[in-house]
Write a protein that binds this ligand. Sequence first.
Ligand code: THU
Length: 138
Amino acid sequence: MNELKQAEIDRLVLAAIEARDQAYAPHSHFYVGAALLMGDGKIVGGCNVENASYSLTICAERVAASAAVSQGYRTWRAVAIASIGGAMPCGACRQFLAEFGMDITVITIDVIDNQRQIRKLSQLLPDAFDSSDIHSHG
Ligand code: THU
């Protein structure tokens, strides 16, 4: 069971908003922060990092997940994503996060009105491609 307490949600949301302060988005001016909540309570954040060669841009969620893996984590309980409008994670980020567990809570936050939406990753990426697809034909 992976029920989040309200205090954990609040802490994670705050971390995503803070992570957004570091966003490097001179091209789109769309600033995104993401924060992951680990099983031990630690929070790891990330922001989007854009590039003049646009396709090299990395989304906040993938930066946060990569930072967490670099710090020795392979699973987490939840991700909070902060942006103007409270955008849902893009398809690439859904797939990237799915690698590390489908049963996580995804919280989006509109930084303008603090409106939050809560989903499960399994809702956002049903029938995900995963390692079982690779291994079934080898
Ligand atoms: N972006 C994210 O950081 N996360 C998403 O899930 C969607 C898009 C960023 C990438 C780019 O820097 C900007 O938002 C506009 O697409």
